[in-house]
Every structure is written in C-alpha cells, then in structure tokens.
Write a protein that binds this ligand. Structure first.
Ligand code: BEZ
Length: 212
C-alpha cells in the first residue's frame, strides 16, 4: 500500500554520503524533502541533483532538509557527486542514501515494478515537522522534475500550515491567497488585516501573509 497524504512518514536508518543517519533525527524539527532517482551516472538524474544542489540554499531558507535516495552504493554516490559538482558547478552538501538493500525504496514504495523491476522511480515526498506526509509526486525515469515547482509547493504547504488559507491555480510566492471557507467574513477581516476581496461567497482572496 502506497504512503498517502496525512500518513506518518516511516522512520529508517540508512548509510549515506554524510555517514549513517536516522531519518527522524536528521530531520529534527525541519521539513523533509525526500527524493528518489533511478540511478547514479545517468543523465537526467545528474541534471536533477545538480539543480537540487544549486537550490539547496532556498530549501534551507525554508527550514527544509533534502535527502536523495537510489539503490546505488555509497561508493558510487561519492564518485557521481564529483561529476555533479563539476557539471552543475555546485556543491552537493545533502545526503545521498545508498539503498542497496531497498529498505527506504520499499518503505516509501519507490520501486514500481511495471516501470522498472530494479530502479526507483522519481518520487518526491515532502514531510512536515510533525513527520506527516504533506505532498507526493511521482515521475517516470525519462522525465526530469521541476524543482521550482517543488519549492513553490513547499511555500504553499508552509503557508497553509500556518494560516487559514489555500493557494489558487498557478499561485506563486507573493501572490494573493484564498481565505479558507471555514473562516467567517468577520473573522477573515480580523485575521487578514491587509484586506479581503470577495469574488463569490466561497471565493475570497487576501494578500499573502508573511512566510517566515
Ligand atoms: C536518466 O537519469 O537519464 C535516466 C535514468 C534511468 C532511465 C532513464 C533515464
């Protein structure tokens, strides 16, 4: 059974490029972004992990820790990181999990046998500080993910966890958000001093509250 939104993200211990970790201890009170990829020394994965490293300061600003997993060895990960750093002109400073025993891949259902019997697909799990699964994405091996979208979704998740709001179609950081329907008009005026714009009784916008 696949992990679903709201489920507790399972803990695990794993060998990584930063040494052995306990997932929960590593995350502490941070958000987690757990990414799987099909394999080391492959082209799409090289571009993806390079972009993740280039964006890692953005993840850190959002109190999020990135972890990457595939079924390769830690020796392969170390060798591949050199290539990634060179190709993307960056420094990979987050852990790559060596999941040769498929412990993490199976816990998180990252191997989809009808796509590949042996390799992990491109999964994304965003995990909240409460260790609950907040977002799941699954892409096939041939299709690289959009890491701006992952950051955008993280911003939206963090806002909606802090305020009674949701985010509209194509929302980007800084744009207006939607007031939750559980909030009355009078409550909304108090909670959102920047003002509330009512389009329909069930569609009310307000300026994005502060994120950090
Ligand atoms: C890649 O990263 O380019 C890739 C890996 C496995 C299958 C297809 C593409």
């Amino acid at each position: 059974m696949s992990l679903q939104l709201g489920d507790t993200a399972p803990n695990f211990k794993a060998v990584t490029t930063l040494g052995e970790i306990d997932f929960y201890e590593y995350l502490g009170d941070s958000w987690g972004v757990l990414l799987s990829h099909p394999g080391d020394f492959t082209p799409v994965c090289t571009t993806e992990i390079g972009r993740t490293a280039q964006l890692n300061e953005e993840f850190k600003k959002r109190n999020a820790k990135v972890l990457v997993v595939s079924v390769d060895s830690v020796e392969d990960h170390h060798g591949w990181i050199k290539d990634i750093n060179e190709v993307a002109n960056t420094v990979v400073d987050f852990p790559l999990i060596a999941d040769k025993g498929r412990v993490v891949s199976e816990l998180y259902n990252m191997i989809h046998p009808n796509a590949s019997a042996t390799a992990t697909v491109r999964s994304v799990f965003i995990i909240g500080p409460d260790k609950k699964v907040k977002l799941v994405l699954t892409y096939p091996a041939a299709i690289g993910r959009n890491f701006q979208e992952i950051l955008r979704a993280l911003d939206a998740l963090q806002l909606s966890s802090k305020y009674s709001i949701s985010t509209p179609v194509d929302w980007k950081k800084g744009e207006d958000v939607i007031v939750a329907n559980s909030i009355s008009d009078s409550e909304a005026e108090k909670k959102f001093p920047k003002g509330v714009r009512t389009v329909k009784s069930y569609l009310r916008y307000t300026a994005q509250p502060d994120l950090q």
